[in-house]
Ligand binder design. Structure first.
Ligand SMILES: Cc1cc2nc3c(=O)[nH]c(=O)nc-3n(C[C@H](O)[C@H](O)[C@H](O)COP(=O)(O)O)c2cc1C
Length: 241
């Protein structure tokens, strides 16, 4: 059973964000400034320095030629900013994780979670500060999950949260670690108002040999809980199955 706890809101597919340019933000969304939402009422203990055992992914390997790779960092409920908490079978899912799993349930494919060796704090303020520091330092956090069967995939559906109007640094690591030349990358983002910012163009720049699809999906975090139909429609519309 899926339990969705959040305010209702709009979800928005960004149907044709041109590669190399900023994807348009939803109307009423902030254009590029990073958000610094208020601390969440649900305090989650930081697990900042606990290293993650390196492991190989994907979670459920198959013969599929579709890889659904995502980075996610579920925070607690944020009543002020509208951040959602999504529970499935008693497990808290991040926004991008929920979208990624919905895509996988709709069209199949292998799920791959981009995880870092050093875990991020789950408390909002230290997380926001750490992400800002990493962006300033152009840090490339070491990944704990590795892809071993890249040749198998023709299509990489890549999901990530907008962090400081940019890709999270671990997504830079991922895109610099693997060569997706000859493959198609289909980005989706969840965000607090900025949409994709310039991230689609950044992906194209980091993967010059890949085709970066214009059929992207952008969902505001306040809409994630009600986005299932939007995600299903988008996934089916990709024409991958
Ligand atoms: C460190 C950090 C920076 C963020 N910066 C932005 C931003 O610049 N623009 C924006 O719209 N949302 C920003 N957000 C909000 C996230 O993009 C949004 O909550 C997203 O849905 C989180 O997805 P996840 O649960 O899969 O991690 C930021 C969130 C965090 C934690």
């Amino acid at each position: 059973m899926t339990i969705l706890l959040t305010a209702c809101g709009e979800s928005q597919p960004s149907s044709s964000a041109p590669v190399g340019t900023a994807a348009p933000a939803a109307s009423g969304e902030a254009s590029s400034a990073a958000e610094t939402p208020a601390p969440t009422p649900e305090t989650v203990e930081s697990t900042e320095s606990a290293p993650v055992e390196p492991e190989s992914q994907p979670e459920e390997s198959s013969q599929s030629n579709i890889l659904i790779a995502y980075f996610t960092l579920p925070e607690g409920v944020d009543a002020i900013s509208g951040a959602s908490i999504i529970m499935r079978d008693g497990v808290k899912l991040g926004n991008c994780e929920f979208v990624a799993k919905t895509v996988q349930e709709t069209i199949g494919g292998d799920l791959f979670q981009i995880e870092t060796v050093q875990q991020y704090p789950l408390d909002h303020d230290p997380l926001v500060d750490q992400a800002a520091d990493e962006k300033s330092a152009e840090l490339r956090p070491e990944l704990a999950t590795q892809l071993e069967n890249l040749d198998q995939y023709d299509t990489i559906i890549l999901g990530y949260p907008n962090w400081w109007a940019d890709l999270p640094m671990p997504v830079y690591t991922f895109l610099e670690e693997y060569d997706f030349a000859g493959k198609t990358i289909i980005p989706f983002v969840t965000h607090g108002g900025s949409g994709f910012s310039n991230t689609v163009g950044t992906i194209a720049a980091l993967q010059p040999g890949a085709t970066v699809s214009e059929n992207t999906l952008s969902i505001a975090r306040g809409d994630v809980a009600n986005c299932e139909e939007t995600v299903v429609d988008w996934a089916r519309g990709l024409g991958l199955n």
